[in-house]
Design a protein around this ligand. Structure first.
Ligand code: DAH
Length: 338
């Protein structure tokens, strides 16, 4: 029996388990009731008493060895199987529909406005958000003591450099670099030192427009802007121009449109006036043309500027400006189809 056990031990050690099928073959050979090892356990009853102890422990050792080798190889093949399956991609699996991001309402409005002006021959232009005093103020005829130049209203980076407070600075860059005729539409982000509330934010978006050529008149300005609001809000819209003041235009005006909610009858949105203000505009001041090297005797032009948030608020009836910047997907996903 001793020899048989030695042989069996050797067989167990030599048995090569190279594939998962070998694991089962090993079990059948050494660990079932019909195995040689089991036969030896049966024969154990007949072992003479003086060597019973020695044989018993040998038998157990061989059995343990077989059991251990089987368990180890089994777990080894299990782990190979699981890493393999995690690496395998099942191309036949159906996929879940992904949520595709939607355009931000401000981008939707901005694009719409740009498209309308493109039809009138206005070209797209951009300028830097960090501006110097010249482009943001001086070239636009702001006097040295104008309140917009105050730290209270403007984010200054240094004495001469600030975050632009309006997109009118882009007008100056265009006038410096191009010869009339110039017809451009200039969207962008602007910054003001304002307390954040439902109606104001420390940054917002504007669109600026200019048209400079020989004999450009206030009538051109009115007709251009009238066409624009009709395209954006519908043919029934009514407009009104109110005299106003901007340092860079003379004369200056603000344009109102008939209230979108009450259609001019008067409601709490239009404060019972029937009209809503949507932009500032005017004929470019000759000083501004000259400051950028354009002959004000030969050329004239108009300019206008509007807040995109304001127009989007009117169009989508959004009451709180902050909604545009909260990244609330419930709000944003409403614009999915646009
Ligand atoms: N820059 C003005 C603002 O931020 C808006 C504006 C008014 C722009 C009249 C213009 C304009 O070009 O002609 O309030």
């Amino acid at each position: 029996m001793k020899e048989q056990l030695e042989k069996l031990k050797e067989q167990i050690e030599m048995f090569e388990i190279k594939q998962s099928e070998h694991v089962e073959a090993f079990r059948l050979k050494f660990l079932t009731k019909k195995s040689e090892l089991n036969d030896l356990f049966e024969q154990f009853k007949l072992v003479p008493a003086d060597i019973k102890k020695e044989m018993g422990s040998k038998l157990n050792q061989v059995k343990q060895k077989a059991q251990q080798k089987w368990e180890e190889s089994q777990s080894q093949f299990e782990s190979i199987k699981s890493t393999k399956s995690s690496q395998t991609i099942d191309y036949s699996l159906g996929s879940e529909a992904d949520f595709i991001g939607v355009r931000h309402p401000l981008s939707i409005i901005e694009n719409e406005i740009i498209e309308i002006f493109k039809k009138l021959g206005f070209v797209y232009s951009e300028g830097p958000e960090i501006e110097d005093d010249w482009h943001n103020f001086s070239a636009l005829n702001f006097p040295p003591n104008h309140p917009a130049r105050d730290m209270q209203d403007t984010f200054f980076i240094s004495e001469n450099i600030a975050l632009r407070t309006h997109t009118s600075s882009v007008q100056v860059r265009l006038m410096e670099n191009q010869k009339p005729p110039i017809r451009a539409i200039m969207p962008g982000r602007v910054y003001r030192n304002e307390a954040i509330s439902a109606r104001a934010n420390c940054f917002f978006h504007q669109i600026e427009g200019i048209y400079i050529d020989e004999k450009v008149s206030f009538a051109d300005l009115k007709q251009t802007l009238f066409y624009f609001v009709q395209e954006l809000f519908g043919q029934e819209i009514q407009v009104r121009f109110r005299p106003s003041y901007f340092p860079f235009t003379e004369p200056s005006a603000e344009m109102d449109i008939s209230c979108l909610l009450c259609k001019g009858k008067g409601c709490n949105v239009c404060k019972y006036t029937g009209f809503l203000e949507i932009l500032g505009c005017g004929m470019i001041d000759p000083n501004v043309l000259e400051a950028s090297g354009i002959d004000s005797k030969k050329y004239s032009g108009f300019a206008f500027g509007m807040g995109i948030e304001r127009i989007a608020m009117l169009k989508y009836e959004v009451k709180d400006l902050r909604t545009y910047f909260n990244n609330d997907t419930k709000f944003l996903s409403q614009f999915e189809s646009q």
